[in-house]
Unconditional design. Structure first.
Length: 120
């Protein structure tokens, strides 16, 4: 007679996610002492646990990367705000400087007209 393997799961199957159910399938009961089936189930069980662990690590790394990208996005947005403010201040300063240069030219031109011809 062939060995019948039954996986015993702790807790309710319906209440757990597939990964939780897979990782909790720890007890494998093989009747009639079929060692090959027991070993195959143990190898498969370990592979599934390793896969679940790798998926959890991948999810954790992805969350960390998304957090890093979010922080970088916030830093970029702050740099853009600073660049906009600096551009506005530079524009205001250049307008003020242009007005000052215009006033200085007018004063110099007026001063040249007031001086007698021929220099000192």
């Amino acid at each position: 007679m062939r060995a019948t393997c039954i996986a015993v799961i702790r807790g309710s199957r319906a209440a757990k996610s597939p990964l939780d159910r897979i990782t909790q399938e720890r007890h494998i009961d093989c009747r009639h002492g079929d060692k090959k089936a027991t070993m195959a189930m143990t190898v498969l069980e370990n592979a599934v646990r390793d896969l679940a662990s790798a998926l959890e690590n991948l999810e954790s790394n992805l969350e960390n990367r998304l957090d890093d990208l979010s922080a970088a996005g916030e830093a970029i947005a702050a740099a853009r705000r600073q660049a906009y403010a600096a551009r506005k201040h530079a524009g205001d300063a250049s307008s003020g400087l242009a007005a000052s240069i215009s006033d200085l030219r007018a004063l110099l031109n007026a001063n040249v007209k007031d001086e007698p011809h021929g220099g000192s």
